[in-house]
Write a protein that binds this ligand. Structure first.
Ligand SMILES: N[C@@H](CCC(=O)N[C@@H](CS)C(=O)NCC(=O)O)C(=O)O
Length: 213
């Protein structure tokens, strides 16, 4: 029946688009989608890639492209004027570790937590980097043992989970996000970069692609 792994980082608006697009498409597809939080900063470092927003022409293009994609999928994406400054000051490593801790202990909250991180950073212009930001996300999604979750997110066990997702993706050839692994019925793996390859995923898995949902 096919299976997809979605490697993502909440710093990445295109990861949000892939997440919501796959969620909508999966209302029809009904395939297994496994979420794989990784840390895009480290993926870029190891693969020799760099954030597109740091290349002037790509940054300008991205604003229009994100607007089109978010309208197409009905995602309330609203780039924040502070984003470039925050990108130079903070990282999403702690947020990604919180997601991995939830995946381990309260997996039913993982989707809601990832969406809340994206809504904060990419819709409401709120930070997602410091302890208070993480506390607010955990509170909003109704997580239990919030302090314990934050403490565990700093453990070596969670650091190892993050490292596993980073190194697996980089070994597969990842250089950015979203990085999507499609497992077909023959047991083969297909590596996809971007939220704009839904037609390839449908084709690989012989699934219908609705032109607009
Ligand atoms: N065309 C892709 C663009 C995805 C993209 O630019 N992702 C950024 C992170 S938000 C990235 O990792 N870029 C790496 C690169 O362009 O080399 C899409 O529509 O999803």
């Amino acid at each position: 029946m096919g299976r997809i792994e979605l490697y993502f980082d909440v710093i990445s608006p295109y990861s949000w688009i892939a997440f919501e697009a796959l969620t909508k498409l999966n209302e029809k597809w009904n395939i297994e989608i496994q979420l794989k939080p990784f840390y895009l900063g480290e993926v870029m470092k190891r693969s020799g890639s760099r954030p597109p927003a740091l290349v002037k022409a790509k940054g300008i293009f991205m604003v229009a492209d994100l607007d089109r994609s978010s309208k197409y999928w009905g995602i309330p994406l609203n780039p924040c004027p502070e984003f470039m400054r925050w990108m130079k000051t903070y990282t999403t490593e702690d947020a990604q570790k919180v997601l991995l801790t939830l995946q381990k202990n309260q997996p039913e909250l993982l989707e809601a937590a990832a969406r809340e991180f994206w809504l904060r950073l990419w819709s409401r212009g709120q930070k997602i980097f410091e302890k208070n930001d993480l506390l607010e996300v955990l509170k909003t999604i109704g997580a239990r043992d919030i302090e314990g979750t934050l403490t565990e997110s700093k453990s070596s066990e969670v650091a190892n989970l993050l490292e596993e997702n980073i190194s697996t993706a980089v070994d597969q050839g990842a250089f950015g996000a979203p990085w999507i692994v499609v497992h077909d019925d023959n047991g083969d793996e297909h590596y996809i970069f971007g939220s704009d390859r839904m037609h390839h995923i449908a084709d690989i898995l012989s699934l219908p692609l609705l032109s607009k949902i």
